[in-house]
Design a protein around this ligand. Sequence first.
Ligand SMILES: NC(=O)c1ccc[n+]([C@@H]2O[C@H](COP(=O)([O-])OP(=O)(O)OC[C@H]3O[C@@H](n4cnc5c(N)ncnc54)[C@H](O)[C@@H]3O)[C@@H](O)[C@H]2O)c1
Length: 254
Amino acid sequence: MAKATNGNSLAGKTALVTGAASGIGRATAQALRGEGARLILVDQNAEGLAEFTGADVHALPTNLADRAALLKMTERAIGHGWGVDILINAAGITGQGSTLLETKEEIWDLVHAVNSTAPFLLIREIGKHMVEQGKGGRIVNITSSSAHRALSSQTSYGASKAALAQLTRIAAAELGKHDINVNAIAPGLTRTPIVDRAFTPEALAQALVSGPIANLLQRISEPEDIAAVALFLCQPVSRQITGQTVHVSAGAIV
Ligand SMILES: NC(=O)c1ccc[n+]([C@@H]2O[C@H](COP(=O)([O-])OP(=O)(O)OC[C@H]3O[C@@H](n4cnc5c(N)ncnc54)[C@H](O)[C@@H]3O)[C@@H](O)[C@H]2O)c1
């Protein structure tokens, strides 16, 4: 049954979401679908994407660190015939946490390939498509609190997310005249496999109340907390917001 339309419905829109097999990307895809958007889902985890079923979903399993594969995927996404109105860059990796003096080039390159080069290529390719469509568009980049503070052992991750934060502002400056809004969400600690891999439950509880990544509300975010803001940034109600970073971090960055 068709969902009742309202002023903030995304019915008739198509969202391409990366990182959709897990965590924040998956929750964001579900939130957009809940408002009526069709989904083009991208992740290297094909099994995770297969959990989304239905005629309004098109899955394109892709390793975003492989530039040729990424570019082929964008051609297939655009060629699918739905158009792309919304781009969510949520795929990301932390790499092995290591101090700057011990960071290997391979880790630096891989983390940048996924966290900043892939979003750059996607914004370029999907941005051109949005301009050609002439219907405006929305782009949301998932950065991190780590883009906004200096933490030891987050060399590759922090630098790659800071690149994406600046790319957000530059894209907003260039695409605004085409009615394309480009914003970032900087999550703090959020309950997803990335965090499960990095912390024991005890270490996580401690990190939330004291130390460099503690937050004012002393609690972890859920993927749905980030997805709710991503949805808002794709809806008509937020049409005057562009070039911004929304910190959804329970006050980790104030
Ligand atoms: N969880 C947190 O605390 C937190 C905090 C700040 C920012 N973030 C950011 O949020 C975004 C989503 O992370 P998450 O926490 O949901 O983690 P996650 O591990 O649950 O999800 C990340 C997804 O990206 C996909 N991915 C990774 N490398 C890929 C590649 N080369 N090609 C295609 N897909 C790839 C993974 O398969 C996975 O499905 C990331 O950009 C992450 O940096 C997370």
